[in-house]
Design a protein around this ligand. Structure first.
Ligand code: H2B
Length: 101
């Protein structure tokens, strides 16, 4: 059951959640992250992200640029970030930590 939050509170929720996600930057209504990965790690991470993204119904934009992996997560419809986007970012962080520790 989705808890109906007044806008102000919801916005705070997202700000709090994002403050836990070190390295993620807000870009308008999206959040983005750049990761230092080699090609093998990039392929593994992309695979894991895809599984999580499908489960959450979120479609991240992933690209490879100058040996770095860039990820951008936006909300499909009206732009407002939801728990799904923030949840995917957290899953991406967990996968990144597993791959690089
Ligand atoms: C067209 C699309 O917005 C771009 O290719 C996306 C892909 N993922 C991205 N990820 C990050 N971190 N920064 C970007 O500017 C970015 N751009």
């Amino acid at each position: 059951m989705l808890i109906k939050r007044p806008w102000g509170q919801r916005r705070d929720y997202l700000t709090d959640a994002l403050s836990q996600l070190a390295g993620w930057i807000r870009d308008g209504d999206c959040i983005k992250r750049t990761l230092q990965l080699d090609d093998v790690q990039h392929a593994l991470l992309t695979e894991r992200i895809t599984v999580a993204a499908d489960a959450l119904g979120v479609r991240p934009q992933i690209r490879r640029l100058d040996g770095r992996t860039q990820i951008k997560v936006c909300h499909e419809a009206d732009g407002a970030l939801t728990q799904a986007e923030v949840g995917l970012a957290a899953r991406i962080e967990a996968a990144y930590t597993q791959l690089t520790r």
